[in-house]
Design a protein around this ligand. Structure first.
Ligand SMILES: Nc1ncnc2c1ncn2[C@@H]1O[C@H](COP(=O)(O)OP(=O)(O)OP(=O)(O)O)[C@@H](O)[C@H]1O
Ligand SMILES: [Mg+2]
Length: 776
């Protein structure tokens, strides 16, 4: 097969450059991921052993998709390539080599909830206030340190870090970090950051092990390189040091994980660390229409900090980017769902062609409701993951404890589950005994009669016997993960308890557990699974990223909803970017510095560049946040899109008409001075007005003298106001028609005073923000 057909010249050069370090820095949709896939096939075709290739991706799903493509090209060999996320690949290495660091191959992987719960108990144990030492905050600080490869001792001895913590009035973080690390180690557990941290320690302190993997991985490739952190970069650097065959692809304009420690400097470091680095640029975008590519370019050009690139496309011009304005978040949901419905009908598209992207998971609710009403199937990627649900974690904790009896977080979760009357005091007593005897909790529990007598001892003995019987099962050859897990679900009493709960939630929890068992069955039946053991299953699930989860009923034709962060690397025919409002996107938390705002803008760039044919953006004029209705302003990012490529959605007239109906719970307010009518005053702020009154208001406008509400033209598209002059006739998105009376220019700060019609009156507007269309 010719692996070069279907690639342009620089792409071909990248595929053929197989010896020596290579960096491909390229714009969105320019075929970076495609190059890595073809390059892998090319390597195999040239006779490279699949066991010698390591390919690191952003999600396990992305790795799976690449594997399928490579398999199509070169056949079964592709199965033997090591492909996956940093976490899954290095967890696999740690299973083999963790013994050098004092872990057994059955170590548990603590998810973020486990880590926080452990921190919480440590904070309590140390007598600190968890309102001051919030587990979340402590966890983030520890995580940040680990990602910069700072261990607990170094943390405690570093005067800058100590001064920093003291200034934040959190001087005990270092000692909490130390205790946390010790407890994880005693539990034979690693958290997500440890998987990278410990790999670094392993390679640093055990040259023989490093040598083994350096020899093995002769060809190393990394996708989404811009989002690697220092810890990840050092691992790659160490692994590649023997053969120097390292190929990374990335786009500095899409670096969006600085808050997790990702470091754009890795791109610059690469040039320093590899003087013979070959750099290839890819500039042709194959994904999107020209309007979308140009709109994205106009946005990212606002960032000062970036490598020069000229992204272009030969694709069709395509339709302009559409903007939808909604009165509220609920209406935003309705308008987008309707828009999807209409586009499906008009263009014969499938649900999978659509994605709704948002800044925060909490925004998904309004879309869920609206899509459900129109019978459009969807899936939410991320958010509360299936594996974080209570009942799922309950069963998984049983399974974890059966595999690793030092897993104290799992133990605490299951000891009184289903209820056995064992309370916190009993658990604390067991922990104290364990500490006194210098034994593990399980050693105490499994021999409880030696330490305690009485009713509690009897109950605990019953629990220990149950666990022992499960452990025995794992030792029977040929007992696979499914047989053990379904036995544990029944024998532990978990299923029975859920089955007896006849509430809607209870039923759904029961179904979820069945679903987990189904997924274990699938895992066991999958011909690609080498190891059918329970330990192997647990490792797989603990490393799933939320983007990896499958659809529950196997129906894959669904609209995708996810955060923009999760959408990295993906593409969809139609993309909706929702919640384009100040303080939401850009997020309020990201307005502290220029660097933060630039990161937020890169996130916006990622969002825009996911769309192939059509991009629609929306904003709401009011939104519930933290239980209160808040008026919202359109995002500054909307002003950064070259207006040539932007237009208000065609159905805007209907949308505006709908917003004029006052929703229940609101009163229509007329500001006497500006004459502006607004609907966004919640009734609860107006004591004395009952709902009945508000219903009356709804039927009959309060003030007849209010100015005729202006409805923008259906084809309203803001103009470039560079050449706006006195005397020009204009249309403003909110204030309607008017005439420019005066221009006021002061450097970049350009203002126009406009006399609007229809009783709106004179207004002075800052032109960089005003949504104006010049009529003549
Ligand atoms: N030479 C080419 N000819 C035709 N289609 C191409 C070519 N190169 C890439 N494509 C297609 O363009 C789309 C974008 O490619 P790909 O996802 O590899 O880009 P990317 O640079 O990895 O994007 P991102 O920055 O979003 O990760 C894909 O659908 C891919 O199949
Ligand atoms: Mg990609």
């Amino acid at each position: 097969m010719n692996y070069l057909a279907g690639l342009n010249e620089p792409q071909q050069a990248a595929v053929q450059h197989i010896t020596g370090p290579l960096m491909i820095i390229a714009g969105a949709g320019s075929g970076k991921t495609r190059v890595l896939t073809y390059r892998t096939a090319y390597l195999l075709d040239k006779g490279v052993d699949p066991f010698q290739i390591l390919l690191l991706t952003f999600t396990n799903k992305a790795a799976g998709e690449m594997r399928v493509r490579v398999e199509k090209a070169v056949g079964n060999d592709a199965k033997n390539i090591w492909m996956g996320t940093f976490h899954s690949v290095f967890a696999k290495i740690l299973r083999f080599e963790g013994k050098h660091l004092g872990y057994t191959s059955d170590f548990s992987i603590y998810d973020t909830d486990d880590s926080k719960s452990l921190l919480k108990s440590i904070i309590k144990e140390r007598g600190l206030d968890d309102k001051v030492y919030k587990p979340n905050v402590v966890f983030n600080r520890i995580s940040g340190a680990k990602n910069r490869l700072i261990g607990p001792d170094e943390y405690l001895n570093n005067p800058i870090i100590q001064a920093d913590d003291a200034a934040a009035k959190l001087p005990e973080i270092g000692s909490l970090y130390k205790l946390y690390t010790l407890r994880c180690f005693q539990a034979n557990a690693m958290d997500f950051d440890d998987l990278l941290f410990n790999t670094n320690v392993l390679f640093r302190d055990h040259p023989v092990v490093l040598d083994k993997y350096q020899r093995k991985f002769q060809y190393i490739m990394v996708d989404e390189f811009q989002d690697t952190n220092v810890s990840q970069y050092l691992i790659i650097k160490k692994l590649a040091a023997m053969h120097n065959n390292l190929a990374v692809v990335g786009d500095d304009a899409q670096s969006i994980y600085a808050f997790r420690g990702a470091n754009i400097d890795n791109i610059l470091n690469l040039e320093k660390d590899y003087p013979n680095l070959v750099t290839i640029k890819l500039e042709q975008n194959y994904r999107s229409t020209n309007s979308i590519v140009q709109a994205a370019n106009s946005v990212i050009a606002k960032n000062k900090n970036q490598l020069k690139k000229n992204v272009f496309t030969e694709n069709e011009e395509g339709s302009p980017i559409e903007l939808i304005k909604a009165a509220s978040d609920n209406e935003e949901g309705r308008l987008i769902a309707t828009n999807i419905f209409e586009a499906k009908m008009a263009l014969g598209l499938r649900n999978t062609d659509f994605a709704i992207l948002y800044r925060t998971n909490a925004q998904s609710r309004a879309f869920e409701e609206a899509l459900r009403k129109l019978n459009i199937k969807y899936r939410i990627v991320g958010g509360l993951s299936f594996y974080q649900r209570r009942e799922i974690k309950d069963l998984l904790s049983y399974l974890r404890f059966v595999i690793n009896q030092k897993d104290i977080e799992a133990f605490k979760r299951i000891i009184n589950l289903p209820k056995r009357g064992i309370g916190d005091t009993t658990i604390a007593r067991i922990e104290i005994t364990a500490a006194e005897q210098q034994k593990s909790v399980w050693e105490i529990v499994s021999n409880i009669r030696q330490y305690q007598a009485g009713r509690f001892a009897e109950t605990i003995e019953g629990f220990a016997d149950l666990i022992k019987s499960f452990i025995l099962m794992t030792q029977v050859p040929n007992k696979d993960a499914y047989e053990i897990a379904s036995h544990v679900a029944k024998a532990s009493g978990l299923l029975k308890e859920l089955h007896e709960d006849k509430t809607v939630e209870g039923l759904s929890r029961y179904e979820n557990v069945q679903e987990l068992l189904n997924s274990i069955k699938q895992f066991v039946d999958n011909p690609d699974t080498e190891d059918h053991s329970l330990a192997s299953f647990l490792q797989t699930v603990s490393l799933l990223t939320t983007a990896d989860e499958e659809d529950p009923d196997g129906d894959n034709d669904r609209v995708t909803m996810m955060t923009i962060h999760g959408a990295k690397g993906l593409e969809f025919n139609h993309v909706y970017v929702a919640g384009m409002e100040e303080d939401l996107f850009p997020s309020q938390m990201m307005l502290q510095s220029r660097a933060d705002l630039e990161e937020e803008r890169r996130l916006f760039y990622v969002a825009i560049t996911r769309a192939e044919k059509k991009l629609v953006m929306s904003y709401a004029e009011s939104r519930y946040q933290y239980g209160r209705l808040k008026p919202c302003e359109p995002s500054r990012f909307l002003d950064e899109i070259d207006p040539k490529y932007l237009q208000f959605a065609r159905n805007i007239r209907r949308a505006v008409e709908e917003t004029q109906r006052v929703p229940q719970g609101f009163v229509r307010r007329v500001d006497n001075q500006s004459g502006v009518v607004s609907n966004n005053l919640p009734l609860s702020n107006k004591p004395g007005i009952s709902t009945t009154t508000s219903n009356l208001i709804q039927k009959k406008p309060v003030v007849n003298s209010a100015p005729a509400t202006y409805v923008p033209s259906p084809d309203f598209a803001p103009s470039d106001t560079k050449n706006l002059q006195e005397g020009d006739r204009v249309e403003h998105l909110k204030f309607g028609y008017g005439k420019v009376k005066k221009m006021d220019v002061n450097g970049n700060d350009r203002k126009a005073t406009i006399e609007f019609e229809g009783g709106v009156g004179e207004k002075t507007l800052l032109l960089s923000f005003a949504k104006l269309r010049i009529i003549s």
